[in-house]
Ligand binder design. Structure first.
Ligand code: A2P
Length: 363
């Protein structure tokens, strides 16, 4: 069988990579529809050497579609995912809107592919920072258990979309020319204050919660629990972190401190061995040769790169590592297409009878 596929948000930073990742995937595509806002209607993009005209999205856009790859943002997915499911399409959604819904599996194929089997038409793709962290932690948890995680992120501008990436480039150019630097997007679209990212660091990604954490930090905590422990509020592991935007175009970095089970016997060498044989991981860890992962090297690649594995010097069974991945690929477009590939392979591109009732169409 070949599938009728739609990409929602096809003109965005992730959307354009969804087209490219779909092109390189094993999914048999019968037809491809490219959907965006009315601003982009009429624009032409290429898929397998063929020009496709971008269309403005309406509910009827999903008539006859089998599979939707969505990356148009939370409100777009809130509105259109139920419309697509109602019409019999399975949606793999990159936005945060559906991730915490108990009827929606949150999936990283290397970690919890089995969660796909119970889907109801919508499958959520996790946050970019969460994905690369759980890819690196999963093989460690499997062998040595996992009690606690403390992460600090160094997140690229493109994680906030094409417009934020463009803003970083414009700010850098202006700064280098000695011209005034204007910020209109970061740290968060629509926020009260905007600050430049060029030659700067912004310890705010997404909006602030009442407890002083940002929503990005909240996502990393609860998504990690849902993916690795099957429950977004699991008490089986303690997770916390700080998310920081850095002036890098592509590629998120993370320092991850983690505690394995007491007496599980983890060593630097055994953790490195677990990572070396883990799916989706490339170990780049040799201090003697100054070998460690870097965003410039990870950009354009599908894998998650891990290095700087070393023991904590004061806490038993505890370690630190440095994790880097392309936030637009494994963090977004590739993980989405990888989920779709697995759905195809497992014959799961179908909405179960009555399942669309779980996602009522709004307005
Ligand atoms: P457009 O380019 O027409 O604005 P990014 O994450 O890089 O900002 O991209 C967001 C994507 O979501 C773009 O493709 C954008 O299209 C699309 N989008 C934004 N608003 C809507 C909407 N109301 N309906 C459909 N697509 C939308």
């Amino acid at each position: 069988k070949a599938y009728n596929v739609a990409i929602l948000g096809a003109t965005g930073a992730v959307g354009t990579r969804l087209i490219e990742q779909l092109e390189q995937s094993t999914i048999p595509v019968n037809s491809l529809k490219l959907l965006a806002s009315p601003r982009s209607a009429g624009k032409q993009l290429e898929f397998k050497g063929e020009k496709i005209t971008v269309e403005a999205t309406t509910p009827d856009s999903f008539d006859g579609i089998d599979l939707v790859l969505a990356s148009g943002g939370g409100s777009v997915s809130a509105q259109y995912a139920p419309e697509a499911v109602k019409r019999g399409a399975v949606v793999v959604d990159n936005s945060s809107y559906w991730r915490m819904n108990d009827d929606v599996p949150l999936v990283v194929p290397e970690v919890n592919e089995s969660a796909l089997s119970s889907h109801n038409g919508i499958i959520a793709n996790p946050n970019c920072s969460t994905i690369q962290m759980v890819v690196a932690l999963a093989p460690i948890k499997q062998q040595f258990g996992l009690k606690r995680v403390i992460v600090s992120t160094y997140q690229a501008a493109s994680g906030a979309g094409q417009s934020a990436w463009n803003e970083l480039v414009a700010e850098t150019t202006a700064y280098n020319a000695g011209e005034p630097v204007h910020a209109n997007i970061l740290p968060v679209k629509g926020a009260q204050h905007h600050y430049p990212l060029a030659y700067n660091l912004l310890p705010q990604i997404d909006v602030f919660e009442d407890d002083g954490y940002t929503h990005e930090e909240w996502k990393m905590i609860h998504e990690t629990k849902k993916i690795m422990f099957g429950d977004k509020n699991s008490k089986a592991v303690k997770v916390t972190g700080t998310a920081v935007r850095v002036p890098v175009p592509i590629g998120h970095g993370e320092t991850v401190y983690f505690e394995t089970n007491d007496g599980a016997g983890a060593t630097t060498a055994s953790i490195q061995a677990a990572l070396r044989s883990a799916a989706g991981v490339v170990l780049e860890d040799n201090p003697a040769e100054q070998l460690y992962p870097q965003p410039v090297n990870a950009a354009g690649k599908r894998e998650t790169f891990v290095g700087r594995v070393r023991p904590d010097l004061e806490n038993d069974d505890s370690f630190h590592m440095w994790v880097v991945s392309d936030n637009l690929l494994k963090g977004a477009a590739w993980n989405t297409v990888q989920i779709a590939e697995r759905l195809v392979a497992l014959n799961l591109v179908r909405v179960p009878q009555g399942a669309s009732d779980k996602f009522p169409v709004t307005k």
